[in-house]
Structure formats: C-alpha cells, structure tokens
Ligand binder design. Structure first.
Ligand SMILES: Cc1ncc(C[n+]2csc(CCOP(=O)(O)OP(=O)(O)O)c2C)c(N)n1
Ligand SMILES: [Mg+2]
Length: 639
C-alpha cells in the first residue's frame, strides 16, 4: 500500500487481498532460501497476475532476498529491482516474468512438467519440487489457462498447486459483468482436485495447503475467497483498489483500521520474526537436501555427473559438425532435415526435449528413440501438447525456466500467432526456448491462404531479441539447431519448408560455420551488377535466377541469409564484404518491407504482400511470380 502510494502507480488490491494466503504459503509450505535463490530443490512460486508484483516483492523482502525497503521505495522507477511487473533477471527470486495474464499459469504447468521429467530421468525424488502459482479472475478468463489446465490435468501433475484469488473483481468492476463460469466444475472436468476456502482464514488456508501437498494423483486448485484491497475501510471489494494507489487519506484510514502505526513502510517486527524463522527452517531443508545429494552422488556417480552436465547445459565442442553430418547431404525439405538433426541432438544434449501441438508427423520434431512424456511415463522426452499452441509456448518457457532443459515445440508457421506472447516473453526474459515452425511459405500449396504464411517472418523478426532462422539446406538447418541449442541469452525460432529443396552450390571448403554468421556469399560473380539476398527455400530460386541473369550478361551475386539477427551482429566490415557494392535485392516469399534496411528501396525487395491461394504449390509460385525467369526479369527491370 505504501509502495504503490509512493510510486503513485501500481496495484494495491491484489497484494492486500492475497497477503493472508501468501503469508501462510511462504512461512509454512514453500521451500525457498535466500542463501541460494537458485537452489534446484526449491519450490517454484509464480505470481501469474503480475500486476500484483508488490505482493511478490514484499514476500522477497520479508524472506531476506536482496529486495530492501529502499528497493520497495523505488517501485516502478528506472533500473530498480522492483519494476512494475515482475521481471525475470531483474529481481533475485522472481522465477518468471508475468503481466500478460495467463502466461504465468502456463509457465507453472511447464515447471511442474520439468520437475517431473528431471526427477524421473535422474531417478532422484529430491528433484521433484512443487510449483505453486497464484492466479486471478483474469488469468482464468484467458483461454491459455483453459489449455494449460487441460494438459496439466491430463498429465496428472500433482506437484502443481494453484491458488485462485477468487475476489470477484477485475478492472471494470465485479466479474458478473463478463463471466458466470463455475470455475470449480471447470477444473474438476479437467482432472484437477478442487477445494474452496475462505482466503483470509489462516487455519483454512493451512489445511487446504496441507491436503494439496499430500496429493499424489492430480493437480490441485484451491479457490480462495478473498476481498480485494482487504483492510481498506472504504475501497476494499471495489475495482477502484485494483490498479490505483489508495490515496494518502485512505492509506491512513487503512492503517488506523488495522491497528498499525501511521509510519510509512512500517513492518511489524513479529512478521519479520516469523519470516526469519521460516527462512531458518528452509535453510535446514536445503542443507539436508545437499547432504542427500552428496550421498546420491557417491552412490550413482555417473548419473550424478550427467545430471550436473544437464543442469549446466553443456554442449559438445563439435556440436555443429555432428549435426551437419546427421542432416545428411541429400536434398530434402528442411523440416525433414531438421528431423534428422533432432535425432542426433537428442543423443548429444540430454536436456533437449521436443514436442508439437499435434503436428509432429508434419513438423518432424519427435525424438524417435524416446518414449512420450505421459502421466505414466515421466522419462519420455517427446512432449504432446495437443492442439494448444498458446499453452505450448508458455509451457516451453516454464520448462526452460525450471533449468537444465532445452525444450523445443513445433507447429505450422501460420499458427505462430497463437503463441506470439510466449515467444515475446522468452525474448524479454532472455531464455533459450526453441520454437519450430514448418510449412513456412505459400509453397504449402493446396491448403490455401489460411495455411500460407505471408506476414509471419516479418512479425517474428519484429520481436526484439528473437532470432529467426530460415535455413536453406541441411548444413544451414544443422547450423540453426546448433544456434538454438547453444544460445543462452534468448530464444531461437526456425522456419522450415514443407517442400523439398535442391542441393546448394556451396564452394569447396565452405563450412556451416558461415551460416552461424547469419549471412554469407553463396555464389559470387566477378563484376556483379546485383546481389540477391535470399533466405530458406528462396535461396535456390535466387541461384537459378542469377544463372539466367549471368547468361544474359548480368553477373549477380547470391547471398544466403538464414538469420538476419546474427548477420546484424557481425562487424561492419564483414557485412559490407558479404553484401558487396552492387545494387542489393532481397528475395523472400513473405512481406518485403523489412528488407529495405539492406536494399534501400522497396522495389528491390521481392516478396509477397497479399494472401496466397489454394492450388498446387508449383502453380501458386508461378502465379505470384516466384520463378527464376520472373525474378530475373524483376531484377533487370529494377536495374
Ligand atoms: C492478456 C492481458 N490482458 C489484459 C491485461 C490488463 N489487465 C491487467 S490486470 C487486469 C484485470 C485482472 O483481474 P484479476 O485477475 O481479477 O485481478 P484483480 O483485479 O483481482 O487483482 C487486466 C484486464 C493484462 N495484463 N494481460
Ligand atoms: Mg479479481
């Protein structure tokens, strides 16, 4: 209340309403310790309604994490440890970035899956921590919560405990404005166990949590009836308290009503003591855990060593070379080449797990030598998300955040929009999740415009810190996966073809390392009059167009640029050398505007600005001008 008032911005209602639930959870159940905030055995706590960030910051402060009273006074200020919404990486103890409603809940499902997988894989029950997540009305209205809860129930994730802040209020007013859903019935039908309690009665909170942590067969929902802004005499149970400071007078009135001194940022010494005691108890748990880990390491040193390598996400030094060999030299669709690469990646990288939203016969992301991760088999490495792309994205993020794992999930590129927010958040959090998209152009053919991406590559590239890889052959596909498995400061997404691609004319001595520079000269032409920069399937089209142009006396250089973001990170001298000094053209079967940064002119960007059409792929390509002859013609005309 004080921090929000001082910042003159923020959300006091949820932190005040959920303070009772959070206090019981943090002091009596949750395993945490500021001694080692990244202790792998800790429980995870996710505040899905990120607008209630001040609740989390208060808990971290009381728990002895590096969030001081001064940090609380800096709430929502530039470079503070207490940004408006919890940000992964900004504040020690914040397990994930939340704010877009529903995402944290999806992350929590991912974390619960990760804990189950890790514990089963390394046969150590101490690695099976619990995940506690608080959600509000908003989180549960968002469709992603439906998807994620459905999968969690199906997978019987009993280590997942969700606390629903059932306060009947959202921004516009009481929830009866927009919902009359029976949340209890909904979750029961999705295979959850559900309890309903008074969220201000510490005894009821304790008993409900006790029952929830004892459960072994189902994820647990505890509906906590609460009053938003609890304690505020005039604003509790109103939407006014959701997202605005109480105001100086109401803060004073609230303190008076609660029997607190008027002082700002006053903390009851008794509360400090209770949290310190919980910290001491948790530290004992951690030390015992470490002792048991040591005994385990002595007993099964090989397993323990592979667990440490898994946690550290170590990679073989020759990952690229091995993946290039696995891709094979045969021309094929990049989705198929990726399928080959994935099998090798699974052998080399223990943390690699892969799945799809019911499309793996098409996206080829199944790990063939592994079983599927199910309610009965927690060792499986192939994940079946069902047709739930949005939850898939958030779950991938949760698995990644849990540690060790390097998960990938796949669907068609045209459906990337269904998981755009998770991709954005992975980029913001700088975490290494991988999003694989196949059927990456109009060349999908007969399925038509609903299934033919046009704007997708451009909109993905618009997300800061997302690396978009669109490989053109097996070697580039291996490079894409090498980057995805090696990058540590953000996610990688891949756009792969449905159609087969021809072999590329790499020069002798060419290595796939060049693809890791983002762009390279594929075909050089002395005295080139133009350079065509192309990606993915259109690289071979550019090669064909260049050879037609050469025959007509116009030498043209072809640059393959599988990852623009990596190319832009290269020194200027390299970029200049690759792009050359002739007129630059781009060729990509998608929105062209973005390429102006290289070509300088829109008429030199050959792309697609309209929706496609339903027809055999070859005819679609001809219709929209993607033939070597038509590309050559356009280049000549523009020159
Ligand atoms: C995806 C998304 N849509 C909209 C918002 C804006 N928003 C923030 S909080 C909120 C209302 C949330 O209501 P509830 O979860 O009940 O929180 P409470 O008011 O009880 O604190 C909305 C609409 C958001 N953060 N994320
Ligand atoms: Mg609410």
């Amino acid at each position: 209340m004080d921090a929000v008032q001082k910042a003159d911005s923020g959300h006091p209602g949820m932190p005040m309403g959920m303070a009772d639930v959070a206090a019981v959870l943090w002091t009596q159940f949750l395993k945490w310790t500021p001694q080692d905030p990244n202790w792998p055995g800790r429980d995870r706590f996710v505040l899905s309604g990120g607008h209630g960030s001040m609740l989390l910051y208060s808990l971290l402060h009381l728990g002895g994490f590096p969030v001081s009273l001064d940090d609380l006074k800096q709430f929502r200020q530039l470079h503070s440890r207490t940004p408006g919404h919890p940000e992964y990486g900004d504040t020690v103890g914040v397990e994930t970035t939340t704010g877009p409603l529903g995402q944290g809940f999806g992350n929590a499902v991912g974390m619960a899956i990760a804990a189950e997988m890790e514990s089963a894989r390394f046969q150590n029950t101490n690695l099976r921590n619990r995940v506690f997540v608080t959600v509000g009305d908003g989180d549960l209205m968002e469709g992603i919560s439906y998807e994620a809860a459905s999968l969690a129930g199906h997978l019987k994730l009993a280590n997942l405990i969700c606390l629903f802040d059932d306060n009947g209020i959202t921004i516009e007013g009481h929830t009866d404005l927009a919902t009359s859903e029976d949340i209890k019935a909904r979750f029961l039908s999705q295979g959850w166990a559900v309890q309903s309690i008074d969220g201000h009665d510490h005894d009821q909170i304790h008993k409900a949590l006790q029952a929830a942590v004892a459960a072994t067969d189902k994820p647990q929902l505890i509906c906590c009836r609460t009053t938003i802004g609890k304690g505020s005499p005039n604003k509790a149970n109103t939407h006014d308290v959701h997202g605005a400071p109480l105001g100086k007078d109401e803060v004073a009135a609230t303190k008076k009503a609660l029997g607190m001194p008027a002082e700002d940022f006053w903390v009851d010494p008794q509360v400090r003591t209770i949290f310190q005691q919980a910290a001491a108890k948790n530290e004992q748990l951690r030390l015992r855990w470490l002792g048991e880990l040591q005994a385990w390491e002595a007993k099964v040193p090989d397993v323990a060593r592979s667990w440490r390598a898994f946690r550290a996400r170590t990679m073989p030094g020759d990952l690229l070379e091995q993946l290039v060999a696995a891709a094979g030299a045969e021309p094929a669709a990049t989705r198929a080449l990726s399928g080959n690469v994935i099998q090798k990646a699974a052998e080399l990288v223990p943390g690699f797990t892969s799945g799809s939203a019911d499309l793996d016969p098409s996206t080829k992301t199944r790990i063939k030598k592994s079983t599927s991760f199910t309610a009965k088999d927690r060792t499986g490495r192939t994940l079946h998300f069902g047709i739930r792309e949005h939850a898939m994205g958030a779950i991938l993020n949760g698995i990644t955040l849990h540690g060790g794992f390097l998960p990938a999930g796949s669907t068609f590129l045209v459906f990337a929009d269904y998981m755009r927010t998770p991709m954005r958040l992975a980029s913001l959090m700088k975490i290494p999740a991988t999003f694989v998209f196949t059927h990456d152009s109009l060349m999908v053919g007969e399925d038509g415009p609903t299934h033919q991406p046009v704007e997708h590559l451009a909109t993905l590239r618009a997300i800061p810190n997302l690396h978009v890889f669109r490989p053109a052959d097996g070697a580039e596909t291996a490079a894409a996966w090498t980057h995805a498995l090696s990058r540590r400061d953000g996610p990688v997404t891949m756009a792969l073809t449905r159609q087969n691609l021809p072999k590329l004319p790499h020069t002798a001595g060419w290595s796939a390392r060049e693809a890791l520079r983002g762009g390279y000269v594929l075909v050089d032409a002395p005295g080139a009059k133009a350079t065509i920069v192309a990606t993915g399937a259109e690289v071979s089209l550019a090669v064909d167009a260049a050879s037609q142009l050469a025959q007509k006396g116009t030498p043209v250089r072809v640059v393959s640029m599988p990852c623009v973001e990596l190319f832009l990170q290269q020194p200027e001298s390299y970029r200049k050398q690759v792009l050359g000094s002739a007129a630059i053209f781009s060729l990509e079967m998608g929105r062209p505007e973005w390429w102006c940064q290289f070509t300088g002119r829109l008429d030199r960007c050959i792309g697609q600005t309209t929706f496609g059409a339903s027809a055999p792929a070859k005819l679609v390509a001809e219709h929209f001008g993607f033939t070597a002859g038509k590309v050559a013609e356009r280049v000549l005309k523009a020159l």
